[in-house]
Design a protein around this ligand. Structure first.
Ligand SMILES: NC(=O)c1ccc[n+]([C@@H]2O[C@H](COP(=O)([O-])OP(=O)(O)OC[C@H]3O[C@@H](n4cnc5c(N)ncnc54)[C@H](OP(=O)(O)O)[C@@H]3O)[C@@H](O)[C@H]2O)c1
Length: 403
């Protein structure tokens, strides 16, 4: 519990953490209480210093709720969109305090003085939030400064893995690139050498083969790896009864066993560094039972639970653990799985979201629609109903012979 609180309060100055806790209190307790419990006759809301009563107040409360919920989340994750909105909202409060005190506060000069004093206090906060732009906009150390000069990226021959490697290279991190298609890895290594002064090492390995996983881990013994990206994985659409069990076993080996073994083998060195990172590429599929992609969603659920548990275990070792959980991404994934390729967000956007979250969160779901589907879906609907709905969506992507 203490560790959890420490992790929540880390990552921003103390005064901002206080604002985060206040916003969370407003969003979780105060505004819902006002909205659901307070009789309309006595309900009051203040906007721009003007007092609204009764139904007008009730109508405006959800807007206040949305603002405080967004602020709590924005401070928690230090989202870039918090600048300039947090500052502008507090400016509105500062002006509102002045107006409110003049209209409804003490009479005469006392009202004026109270208004000016409260305006000054809120204006100082608004200025502090304005000046905090670099904190919100990721003016953080580069990945190389935070985690050292080398990363190991699995599944680097295409899609998200290749994009992880490009983003790392842009931040000065040299990469060990691994996958089965060695020619693709060499092409990427060539591309990375043009991005910046980084080195690359290509290690071809089939992560479905336990010996290859051990060989890969041993092949980086001489490098000071500070970032491990467990990204390799593949899908396989279809009814379980029609699927090739050998391919499903490989899916579990690549998606679950390989990340466990690689993480375990590299952990002593990651821990010894004092600051390092482990990224798992999960999926929104890890939140939802997915008929016609059943084993895949189970492997992604495994990655999610494993990664989020590790994040807690390793927090005191200076190891940032992140489970990246994208929705559909435009990579080769869908065609490999037996569907139509090219649907979804760009891999570059998804990787940027991962590096924005790394060090501040233990998991991230890029895109609010994906978040709503993965997080709100299971809370609002029963799991059997959710599974049926997910099956209907999946059946549109699966070929007739596999349904
Ligand atoms: N695209 C999406 O819609 C989406 C959504 C959520 C999560 N994800 C996850 O994102 C990760 C990356 O997928 P992607 O979208 O970038 O798909 P992708 O373009 O198909 O890339 C998959 C990567 O995994 C590697 N890989 C597959 N089997 C392997 C094996 N047996 N041994 C070693 N490497 C292997 C592939 O390399 P080789 O074939 O050269 O070996 C390739 O580099 C996966 O874990 C996937 O589950 C994807």
């Amino acid at each position: 519990m203490a560790g959890w609180l420490r992790s929540i309060l880390a990552g921003r100055p103390g005064w901002m953490s206080a604002l985060m806790l206040f916003s969370a209190y407003m969003a979780i307790i105060y505004v819902p209480w006002d909205f659901f419990m307070k009789p309309v006759a006595v309900d009051e809301e203040v906007w721009f210093g003007i007092l609204f009563r009764g139904w007008a107040a009730k109508f405006l409360e959800p807007f206040h709720w949305a603002i405080y919920a967004a602020a709590a989340y924005g401070f928690r994750c230090m989202k870039s969109w918090m600048w300039p909105w947090a500052s502008l909202y507090v400016w509105h409060l500062a002006c509102g305090m002045l107006v409110w005190n003049l209209l409804y506060g003490f009479e005469g000069f006392a009202g004026f003085i109270t208004g000016v004093v409260s305006f000054a206090a809120f204006a100082a906060l608004a200025v502090a939030l304005w000046r905090a732009r670099p904190l919100f906009q990721g003016a953080r150390d580069t990945l190389a400064e935070r985690y050292g000069g080398w990363a190991l990226v699995t599944g680097a021959s295409s899609g998200l893995g290749a994009e992880f490697a490009r983003a790392l290279a842009r931040d000065g991190v040299s990469c060990v690139l691994t996958a089965r298609r060695e020619d693709r890895l060499h092409e990427l290594a060539e591309e990375l050498s043009k991005i910046g002064p980084v080195e690359t090492r290509v290690v071809s390995a089939d992560l479905a083969d336990a010996d290859d996983v051990e060989r890969l881990a041993a092949s980086v013994d001489d490098l000071d790896i500070g970032i491990l990206v467990n990204n390799a994985g593949f899908g396989f659409y279809g009814k379980f009864a029609k699927q090739d069990v050998g391919r499903l076993r490989d899916m579990i080996a690549v998606g679950c066993a390989a990340p466990v073994v690689l993480t375990g083998r590299l952990l002593p060195r990651l821990r010894a560094r004092g600051r390092s990172a482990i990224v798992f590429t999960g999926s929104v599929a890890g939140h939802i039972p997915l008929p016609l992609h059943a084993v895949y969603s189970a492997t992604k659920g495994f990655d999610r639970l494993f990664g989020e548990a590790l994040a807690v275990e390793l927090a005191d070792d200076g190891i940032d653990v992140l489970v990246l959980e994208p929705g559909p991404v435009a990579t080769e994934f869908q065609s490999t799985a037996g569907g139509v390729s090219g649907r979804g967000e760009s891999a570059a956007e998804v990787v940027a979201a991962a590096f924005e979250a790394l060090g501040g969160q233990s998991s991230t779901i890029p895109g609010w629609k994906n978040w709503a589907r993965a997080v709100m879906g299971p809370r609002l609907l029963s799991r059997p109903l959710l599974a049926h709905l997910a099956g209907d969506v999946m059946s549109e992507q699966v070929s007739d012979d596999m349904r």
